[in-house]
Each structure stands twice: as structure tokens, then as C-alpha cells.
Design a protein around this ligand. Structure first.
Ligand SMILES: Cc1cc2nc3c(=O)[nH]c(=O)nc-3n(C[C@H](O)[C@H](O)[C@H](O)COP(=O)(O)OP(=O)(O)OC[C@H]3O[C@@H](n4cnc5c(N)ncnc54)[C@H](O)[C@@H]3O)c2cc1C
Length: 295
């Protein structure tokens, strides 16, 4: 029925209070909309009011450096903007999603999972404080220490326990450089066994994520963003006859002085796996070289 473009958290509070005061007989519903990327219309309210969170530009992003760095952001902020802003201070959030054109409120209402979750937990485990507009239209601060029940309900709460208008996100020093590796498997058991081993090891990688590739259109098409246009020979070697593949995506963070060490350690760790666990793809011989993609 209507879209609210809030300029402040008070605009949201006033709208929700109004709907609350209409009483239980009112059929009017309300939903926050982040970047609208959820798949089943969760950011819509049929015949109701949609709150366009991306209009909310306050508070302005504020990075706090120091021993426990953090950034205060609006619930409608995109993670990509947070990355750009925090990098100016040599910092970055500790936990991510793969895709960054999602809002803080949108992913904190779910979980926010990516390759750093094995180390830091999902994004909802890396939030210190929230400002919430509750279902009665009240503005409330919450954290583990203050209004704890609301804090834990809203995080991962699918937008059902209140609207996140501000969040305090924990940061860590951003790496200078990243070694990025993708390793392919045809065998599911070997893939999960290696993944579990890597995530349980101290000092392995800084980012570990596994995924399935339904390889109908060829790896080159699936991974078109992974290949440089000037590298057609490497790309054309990936041919798996349409079989389903499994992929471990790994990254090691390092400083520019550590580049040689990282190359050696990465190779050694991966080679050790390939010997013990049939790492090289069986039945997909044309994939065997190169099986590691170093970028
Ligand atoms: C290409 C792509 C890649 C993705 N990759 C990942 C990934 O790697 N890891 C991962 O975990 N997820 C991933 N997702 C899923 C994504 O995290 C969710 O779809 C997320 O909800 C989208 O955020 P959004 O800002 O678009 O939220 P919306 O779709 O707009 O909203 C999602 C839900 O949150 C509620 N909501 C939105 N803002 C607020 C707020 N401020 N306060 C309270 N509730 C709110 C909405 O009402 C709705 O219920 C991906 C999605 C896409 C499209």
C-alpha cells in the first residue's frame, strides 16, 4: 500500500507506533526492506507498508580505531560501502557474506555466512550493539549486557522482532594481500573430509568455504569472473563433461614481506592433502592440470 523512505529512526518509530495503535483488528502489516535480495518476498508486506531501509543514512558511518576496533553503521548500509570506508583505516569487518551488495539489517536478520565463519562465527556473532525500533514503535538499544533477549531475538530473527536501525560491527586489521585458491573434487567424501580437517586445524587458512558446482554449462562459464581475459589457455583446460563437482575455496592472508613463505606453505599443505586423500580428481583427468588456481 505504501513505501516509507525514512530519514531517521524516529520516522520508522512513528510509523510503527501508528500501526501498533490501530490495534489488533487492523490488518496492516509492515516489513523492512534492505536491498531486496531475499528470495521469497520476505522484504514485502502485502497490502501493507514497506520501509525502504536504504533511505536511512544516519548515523553516518563512524570507524573507531584502537584495541577493539568497530564501526557504527545504519541498518540500511551496504556491506560493500562498509568495506570501502573501513579499509581507509586499514580495518575490515571480521565476518562476511560472499556477495557484498546486501544491507547490514538484511544479513543480520538471517546470519551472514561465508568463509570466515569457521573462525569468527557468522556476521550475527560479530555485532556488539544494536539500535532497534520494536513492534510497539519504541527505540531501544540492546547488546549482550542490555536488553539481551531482544538483542539475541533480532539477530537472525528474520525481521520479526524489530527493525535494526543502527549496528556496531566488530573490525579487525585488513590483510595487505590474499592468496586465493580453489581446489576441485569429484568425490564428495574426500571433499568434506578435507574441509573438516582444514577448519579444525590451527594456523591453516583464513578463509575456507565449500560449495557444489552443478557443472552443466562448463566451468569456464561458471567461473567467468575467475579468469583473466588474457588467460584463455588455462581456462580451456577445465572440462569436466558436465559432472557435478565440489570446490574448496581457500584464502590465506599475508603481508607483502611474507609472499614467498605463503607460496611454500600453501603448496605444502595442499600437496600433503592430495597424497593422503586422492585430492586429484578421479575421472576428470583434463582437470588435473592445473588443479590449484593461484591468483
Ligand atoms: C547474490 C547473492 C549472494 C548471497 N550470498 C550470501 C552469502 O554468501 N552468505 C549469506 O549469509 N547470505 C547470502 N545471500 C543471502 C542474503 O544474505 C539474504 O538474502 C539477505 O537477507 C539479503 O539482504 P538484503 O539487504 O537484500 O535484505 P532483504 O532481502 O531486503 O531483507 C531480508 C529480510 O530481512 C528483513 N530486514 C531487512 N532489513 C532489516 C532491518 N534493518 N531490520 C530488521 N529486518 C530487516 C526483511 O524484512 C527480510 O525479512 C546472498 C544473496 C544474494 C542475492
Amino acid at each position: 500500500m505504501a513505501v516509507l523512505h525514512p530519514e531517521s529512526a524516529s520516522d520508522i518509530a512513528a510509523t510503527i507506533k501508528h500501526i501498533w495503535l490501530m490495534g489488533p483488528r487492523s490488518q496492516l502489516t509492515v516489513a523492512a526492506r534492505g536491498h531486496g535480495h531475499s528470495l521469497q518476498g520476505q522484504a514485502q508486506a502485502h497490502g501493507g507498508v514497506v520501509i525502504n531501509m536504504e533511505s536511512l543514512k544516519v548515523p553516518q558511518m563512524q570507524v573507531h580505531v584502537g584495541n577493539s576496533p568497530y564501526v557504527d553503521v545504519s541498518g540500511g548500509e551496504l556491506w560493500i560501502n562498509i568495506l570501502h570506508q573501513t579499509l581507509k583505516y586499514g580495518l575490515a569487518p571480521r565476518s562476511w557474506t560472499d556477495y557484498l551488495h546486501l544491507t547490514v539489517g538484511g544479513t543480520l536478520s538471517n546470519a551472514g555466512v561465508s568463509g570466515q565463519a569457521f573462525r569468527h562465527g557468522p556476521q550475527i556473532s560479530n555485532v556488539q550493539q544494536l539500535e532497534i525500533v520494536t513492534g510497539t514503535g519504541d527505540m531501544v538499544n540492546c547488546s549482550k549486557e542490555q536488553n539481551e533477549e531482544l538483542f539475541h531475538s533480532v539477530l537472525g530473527g528474520l525481521g520479526q522482532f524489530g527493525i535494526i536501525t543502527r549496528a556496531r560491527i566488530l573490525l579487525e586489521p585488513a590483510p595487505d594481500m590474499v592468496k586465493w585458491i580453489r581446489v576441485l573434487y569429484s568425490d564428495f567424501t574426500a571433499f568434506t573430509r578435507d574441509q573438516e580437517k582444514l577448519i579444525s586445524e590451527e594456523n591453516s587458512f583464513d578463509y575456507i568455504e565449500g560449495f557444489v558446482i552443478i557443472n552443466r554449462t562448463g566451468l569456464l562459464n561458471n567461473w567467468r569472473s575467475s579468469f583473466k581475459p588474457q588467460d584463455p589457455v588455462l581456462a580451456s583446460q577445465f572440462n569436466s563433461d558436465g559432472k557435478t563437482l565440489y570446490c574448496l575455496e581457500l584464502a590465506k592472508y599475508f603481508t607483502s614481506e611474507e609472499i614467498n613463505v605463503v607460496n611454500q606453505v600453501g603448496q605444502k599443505k595442499l600437496c600433503c592433502y592430495s597424497r593422503g586423500r586422492h585430492f586429484l580428481l578421479s575421472g576428470i583427468s583434463s582437470l588435473c592440470s592445473p588443479i590449484f588456481q593461484w591468483n
